[in-house]
Design a protein around this ligand. Sequence first.
Ligand code: FES
Ligand code: FES
Length: 188
Amino acid sequence: MKRQIRPPTSILPRKGGGARRAILPREGGGKYELERALDTTLIVNGTPVTRRIPARQHLIDFLREELGLTGSHVGCEHGVCGTCTVRVDGKIVRGCLMLAVQADGRRVDTIEGLSDSGEIAALQEAFHRHNALQCGFCTPGMLIAAQDLVANEPGASRERIREHLSGNYCRCTGYQAIVDAIEDVIGK
Ligand code: FES
Ligand code: FES
């Protein structure tokens, strides 16, 4: 008789509904749970935040779901589209590729913080003037990526602007107006 192959018990549904908690075997026997949570403190837009965070929760999900900072969006969820871009200790990162617990002790800046502080005011004004957005889904990530260039490469060429934005996808604008807006701010 042909032997029936069953999936591992960790992914089987529970009787009566509800997800079964994923448990992996540990080397040398014993088990540990992937659903561990860790006490984590991070500085979000200048304010210290302490939470017990599930070890596998991504930074972008923590910011959006736990803190209500929904300005940064979630698109591809695997590091390609750039719509989840935030800043960690001054560097732009993909919020969907970093775990929230990895931000322990770090400073995280989101589009809300950059907007409230006025840091991206010139870019926001230029995007508006050049009509550099349509649906706006990519715009928070675009603005954070653009600000990184404005701050660190004040003399950036049009080609360099395009290169810098190559990790941020826009499905609406064709990029022309976005590059025009950034070039405008860099040229001032
Ligand atoms: Fe993070 Fe697309 S959602 S890069
Ligand atoms: Fe729609 Fe960029 S404005 S994705």
